[in-house]
Structures are given as structure tokens and as C-alpha cells.
Design a binder for this molecule. Structure first.
Ligand code: CUA
Length: 319
């Protein structure tokens, strides 16, 4: 016998919620389909024309009926709305302690990077039971990161960061799809998510070539691109110090303020003149084309690391 998977496996904390809503919508659709078709057949028979000369009886008014068939569908659609909105809001708010993974989509592969520097292509290894937050961008066109077993699907758009999160509940191997038509080999832009026991995940993370962490790579890039010439940690450079900037509120020239999140850092690297920090001149060149999306992610991660660690001691000065 064929086993047709009508519903994918439930492998995240979202899956039961999404499925219950789906069953509710299905039940309503089936109920009204049967009700309407039943009524059509019943009325067709009950009120059929019985003789050539018969004139139809036309009823007027029926306030109770009008109210009934307005209020009930209104109530049902409001339930659909609040239920759906609740799931949507929960899926767009990752918990603070979520494990961060970076995703770059390109024609036609998924590149994934762990904080520890481990990279994967079309495969994602994660531990079971931990909330996972994906920060995603694209190098070319719009892709969509879709893991049916987790009931999460999020567009991955060039020029911005999109976020997706989930908490896997079951060890196993799950399909990863690109769910946005992105060119010739869109249908090959697929992969696997491996949900592992935490100990197995730790082993996996240690195995194979271990490179530098993302933040360390970013730190190197920061030197190589000569960012450090202007962004001095003691604020003596021509550009603002980046110590502790991540998560802070930055005052811009013109009086506006902006929260220094990933999107702001990315924009300031690629379009430095979009937002000028109050008290500074627009002297920074753009790094568009000089640094890849992965490079930008590494720089962002480096800048984030400056916020959580105490600043490095200044180099010894000869007296
Ligand atoms: Cu990438 Cu479709």
C-alpha cells in the first residue's frame, strides 16, 4: 500500500498548533459544504414546481434569520482571525535564549553557519529541544526557507534580514525546501534538517574541520578591510567606536534615533550614508560589492561580540 503523507510529521512546538487550526478550518469548510449542498437538494425537492400554472410564493423579511446568518459567520471568522494571529505572533517572536544560526540563500543552495564557525550546505544540524533562531538573507533572488515538519516557512530576501524560529521536539531527519520559485534549479534547492540529541550535536559540532568562530572571522575581516583604522575602540577615530553598540539606541544626526540591530549594522556597512551617527561626518565608503553576505554576517557577529565582552585592553604605550 502507498503511504500518502497528507500531513507532514509534527516535529516542532508549532506543529500541533498549526495542525489544530488547519483541522478547525477543514471542519468548518466541510460542515458548510454539506449544509449548503444539503439545503440545495432539500429545497429543490421541497419547493419544486408542481404544476404548469403554479406561481411561486415570495416571502418578505425574516429578521431573525438575517441576524442569525450574519452573526454566526462573523463569530466563526473572528475565531479564525484571533487563532491565526496568535500563531503568527508566536512564530515571529523568538525567545531570548534561542540558538542563533545564519542562513544565506543563493541560486541554488542553502548555506548555513553556526556561531562556532561550523558551516554547512543544504544540511542543518541542530539539537532537539532548543529554540533555534535563523537570521537569513539572500545573495541574489527571493528564496523561501521551508521545513514542513516544523510548520515554518519564511521568505529569504536579498538586501534584508528575515527571521524565523522554531523549537524541534523530535530527533530525526526532515525535509528542507526552497518554497519560492527562484530560477531553473529551484526544485533542486532542497536539503535536510538533522535534529539530534544534544550530546550527539555537541559531538557533531566538535568533529570535522573546526574553523574560527563567526565573530573571530568577522574580527579578521574588520582588520583586513581596514575598518579598525577609523572605528577605534577608544573613540579617538573619525568614526564612532563600535564597543557595545549592538542593541543600543543610536542617536543620528537630525535628532532621530535607531535601535542598533542586525539590520542597522548591515545597512551601515553597505550603505553607510543612509544613517549618520550624530556628531560624525559621512566619510565612510560603501562596502557593497567588497564583502559578501557571509562576510557581512561575520562582521555583524564581531560587532555583537564587542557588546558582550569587556573591551580589550588598549595596546601598551611606550612611555
Ligand atoms: Cu531558492 Cu527556490
Amino acid at each position: 500500500m502507498f503511504k500518502i503523507p497528507f500531513i507532514p510529521e509534527q516535529a516542532s512546538t508549532f506543529a500541533p498548533n498549526v495542525d489544530h487550526l488547519l483541522y478547525f478550518l477543514l471542519a468548518i469548510a466541510v460542515f458548510f459544504t454539506l449544509l449548503i449542498f444539503g439545503a440545495i437538494f432539500y429545497f429543490a425537492v421541497r419547493y419544486r414546481r408542481r404544476s404548469e400554472r403554479e406561481l411561486p410564493h415570495v416571502p418578505h423579511g425574516g429578521m431573525a434569520l438575517e441576524i442569525l446568518w450574519t452573526v454566526i459567520p462573523f463569530g466563526l471568522t473572528m475565531v479564525m482571525f484571533t487563532w491565526g494571529a496568535d500563531i503568527f505572533v508566536r512564530e515571529s517572536r523568538p525567545p531570548q535564549d534561542a540558538m542563533q544560526i545564519y542562513v544565506v540563500g543563493k541560486q541554488w543552495m542553502w548555506k548555513l553557519e553556526h556561531m562556532e564557525g561550523k558551516r554547512e550546505i543544504n544540511e542543518l544540524h541542530i539539537p532537539v529541544g532548543r529554540p533555534i533562531k535563523l537570521t537569513m538573507t539572500s545573495e541574489d533572488v527571493i528564496h523561501s526557507f521551508f521545513v514542513p515538519a516544523f510548520r515554518t516557512k519564511q521568505d529569504v530576501v536579498p538586501g534584508k534580514y528575515s527571521m524565523s524560529w522554531f523549537q524541534p521536539t523530535k530527533v530525526g531527519k526532515y525535509h528542507l525546501f526552497c518554497a519560492e520559485y527562484c530560477g531553473t534549479n529551484h526544485s533542486h534547492m532542497i536539503g535536510w534538517v538533522y535534529v539530534m540529541e544534544p550530546a550527539d550535536y555537541a559531538n557533531w559540532l566538535r568533529g570535522g574541520p573546526t574553523g574560527n568562530s563567526l565573530a573571530e572571522e568577522g574580527g579578521k575581516l574588520f582588520q583586513d578591510l581596514a575598518c579598525s583604522n577609523c572605528h577605534k575602540s577608544d573613540n579617538s577615530g573619525r568614526c564612532p567606536s563600535l564597543m557595545g553598540v549592538y542593541g543600543s539606541t543610536v542617536k543620528l544626526s537630525g535628532g532621530a534615533t535607531v535601535k542598533a540591530d542586525e539590520a542597522y549594522l548591515r545597512e551601515s556597512i553597505l550603505q553607510p550614508n543612509a544613517k549618520i551617527v550624530s556628531g560624525y561626518q559621512p566619510v565612510m565608503p560603501t562596502f557593497q560589492g567588497l564583502v559578501t553576505e557571509e562576510g557581512v554576517l561575520q562582521l555583524v557577529e564581531y560587532i555583537k561580540s564587542l557588546g558582550v565582552q569587556p573591551p580589550a585592553p588598549p595596546p601598551e604605550v611606550a612611555r
